[in-house]
Ligand binder design. Structure first.
Ligand code: HEC
Length: 118
């Protein structure tokens, strides 16, 4: 799979490697389209790979488990309408709901089945 995040100037090498490890060992295999890949590396990772701005980070399994406890769909909805300092659609104005859902899956490492509301 092409890992466009590694070519992004926003992401430091260490972060890139961490993210790569996270995805390659991830049991939740999400097949991303080329556009989703580009959005993930160029838009979502702009914030979600930065440890200095208080975002849930790519690969922070514990943090995503905690957020996923509210339900996978809730995370998708929060991404679409915006949450805290995240603008609606995570600033991806052209993203479809399906794309957002796939990106949330990749970002969180959670699948819709895993992160169900208890
Ligand atoms: C401008 C910075 C920024 C960008 C770009 C961004 N996010 Fe976020 N994101 C945040 C911040 C900040 C939070 C934490 C919000 C909070 O809970 O206070 C967050 C939280 C989230 C959450 C957790 C929501 C929850 O229910 O707890 C998801 C899922 C998410 N982002 C997905 C995405 C996706 C997918 C993209 C790319 C399309 C993206 N984000 C792009 C800043 C960003």
């Amino acid at each position: 799979m092409t890992w466009s995040i590694c070519g992004s100037r926003w992401v430091r090498t260490a972060m890139c490697l961490a993210a790569f490890t996270f995805v390659s060992v991830d049991a939740v295999a999400v097949e991303l389209t080329a556009r989703e890949n580009a959005v993930f590396g160029q838009i979502c990772a702009r914030c979600h790979a930065r440890p200095d701005i208080g975002v849930p980070l790519i690969g922070d399994a514990a943090e995503w488990q905690r957020r996923g406890a509210a339900g996978f769909e809730q995370m998708v909805r929060n991404t679409i309408v915006g949450a805290g300092d995240m603008p609606p659609l995570g600033t991806c104005a052209f993203c479809t709901e399906t794309e957002i859902r796939n990106l949330v899956q990749l970002l969180s490492g959670l699948s819709p089945e895993e992160a169900v509301t208890p």
